[in-house]
Structures are given as structure tokens and as C-alpha cells.
Design a protein around this ligand. Structure first.
Ligand SMILES: [Zn+2]
Length: 63
């Protein structure tokens, strides 16, 4: 699981940090890091993955 801050909030506790499944996992659920409620936002998940990959790539370029 990867912990990320997303541009969306938990419907239960309004927290904005979520655990994402690893890209190679079959899971497509996003879980709130605070209350562990499952949110299923596939489109947002894809966006988050793209942002995450971009961050990693930029970090690699700097290093
Ligand atoms: Zn929550």
C-alpha cells in the first residue's frame, strides 16, 4: 500500500490521505488512512498513480 494525499476527501471523516494499492496488485480499492473506509474512485486512483509516477521520475532526475 502507498500512502498519498489525494485531491478528494473521505466521505466518512473528510480526511484527504489514502492508501493506494500497489500498481501490480489486483486490488482497486482506495482506503482512508484515518478510518480505513474503502473508497472506490478508479478515475481518481489512475490520476493519483500518474502523479505518483511523475513525482518518482522527477525525484530520479534530481538524484
Ligand atoms: Zn476516513
Amino acid at each position: 500500500m502507498i500512502r498519498v494525499t489525494l485531491d478528494l476527501t473521505c466521505s466518512v471523516c473528510h480526511h484527504d490521505q489514502f492508501f493506494l494499492p500497489l500498481p501490480d496488485s489486483d486490488q482497486r480499492h482506495v482506503r482512508c488512512t484515518r478510518c480505513m473506509a474503502v473508497k472506490c474512485h478508479t478515475a481518481d486512483l489512475e490520476k493519483a498513480m500518474i502523479a505518483l509516477n511523475r513525482e518518482k521520475r522527477d525525484a530520479a532526475r534530481v538524484a
